[in-house]
Ligand binder design. Sequence first.
Ligand SMILES: Nc1ncnc2c1ncn2[C@@H]1O[C@H](COP(=O)(O)OP(=O)(O)O)[C@@H](O)[C@H]1O
Ligand SMILES: [Mg+2]
Length: 547
Amino acid sequence: MHSRRVGVIVSGSLVGGLEMKLDEWYSVEDIRAGKFVVIEGEKSRFFCMVTDVRLDTTNPQVLADPPDEEEDLMRQVLHGTTTYGTVCLRPLLMTDKDDAPAARANEPHLVKTIPIHFSVVCEAEEEDVNRIFGSEEYGARYFHIGRPLDMETPICIDLEGFIERSNGVFGKTGTGKTFLTRLVLAGLIHKDRAVNLIFDMHSEYGWQATQETGSGRRGFVKGLKQLFGSKVAIFTLDPESARRRGVQSDFAVKIPYNQIMVEDIAALADELNLHATAVESSYLIVNKYGRDWLSVLLQQDPKDIKDFSDQIGAHPESISALHRKLKRLEKFDFLQEKVHEDAVYKIMEYIDKGVHIVLEFGQQSSFLCYMLVANILTRRIHDLYVQKSERYLASGRPQDKPKQLIITIEEAHKFLNPMAARQTIFGTIAREMRKYFVSLLIIDQRPSSIDDEIMSQVGTRITSLLSDEKDIAAVLTGVSNASWLRSVLASLDSKQQALLMGHAVPMPVVIRTRDYDGVFYSAMGHVEGEELAQKAHANIADLFGDR
Ligand SMILES: Nc1ncnc2c1ncn2[C@@H]1O[C@H](COP(=O)(O)OP(=O)(O)O)[C@@H](O)[C@H]1O
Ligand SMILES: [Mg+2]
């Protein structure tokens, strides 16, 4: 036996999981839920996760009369014989043991049986981890995202599997969602797997972001633009804030009123505190004024609302409420009567060239603004993608194939709660999978507020600590026989640990998230000291040099 032994299997079942008696030289305190171990069965090796740890005894009398604090010797005598630790294991994958010449036959497959009595349990080794999760050395589809709880071998996600569906990053505030997301996005950009459009509510992805460095102090980490230069463009809704923070943005997004549709307003009903009848009455304005409906409404003088309502055949009270509440939109500087350049075409132009876009909201980080902009832009981008996809399906020419687009949204439940999921474009995208080459990366701290059907479509779930039972149940939606995962989720550290499960990994696994630091920057090809930012700007200008 080459690796360190942990214990032996003493009982268990396929459905309920296995129990192992912990070896006496191994401390229960060293066994954590989520640890990755291997069972050497008679004919197969089983790859397992620790789900629970328990104290046991062969003699209940000892418990009635426990040794005193001073009786160290007594404790030692009892330990391992009369008293011992029991570890619950969940076998997740198995491989055949006989070194079958056909390597194929030896691929890890789903567990269909359990090991014999007294099979030895060992700590997993580097080789085991690589065999199951792949390794960056095996090819560009693998991306190192973290390490097992107590090993140094990288755990990779399979980016090909990842981009096949919409995906989610979940966890309470402060658990590392933003850092994990930035890590995954960096992987996708570095390995050129998909084009990303990131709705960056708190301006944390493009240029530098703050990092809590303990004792309340703050440091800075690099944003994607700093790491990848011309591969990433920063669009902004708040050029003023970008300038103040020293961010060179590539484009200031302006949206004309005539691009706001009633659907966009309907999606904001909660934020605007708008009654359904008020939303309904906006259709009457649309009937008469078409795309100019919102400008026309906002231009009305409050004292003319009655006449205006009569004209379009609406209830004056509804129109008055609508008018009053939509007036709030006028404070957004980026909403304008006429715009010089259409932001959606601009975004598509960049996407077509494979440039990733971070849209910063700057000071405009209210939900109202975030949802309004994300809805308007995504709806039109999706329309263009549907057209592109249909052109490609008709022609079948590889050059017509749209680039896979991943749209990242935060506070996803605002867009994907059961009500909104039926109305917003995001619900549509999540449901249609990637038929039109668009999928979502959703970030959320309250997954229980997301529609069940949408949750079950989320291909890969990266989950940090959650404490609410409802949230835990939500991230396990659609996972069969998942009760054992609850205890694993609940026992994660409050920072920088996550449970990975779904399409991008062959079995669920707990990781310590890779550090987002200087070592990571270099791995992404970043050269310290090089004036990347300025160069980046020049390069983007080159890309569009034809104008
Ligand atoms: N992978 C990581 N590398 C370095 N620091 C991290 C990492 N993950 C989390 N942290 C630390 O945890 C803090 C909170 O992470 P953050 O991603 O902002 O949490 P959330 O988005 O879930 O609220 C960060 O400021 C940082 O100090
Ligand atoms: Mg965050």
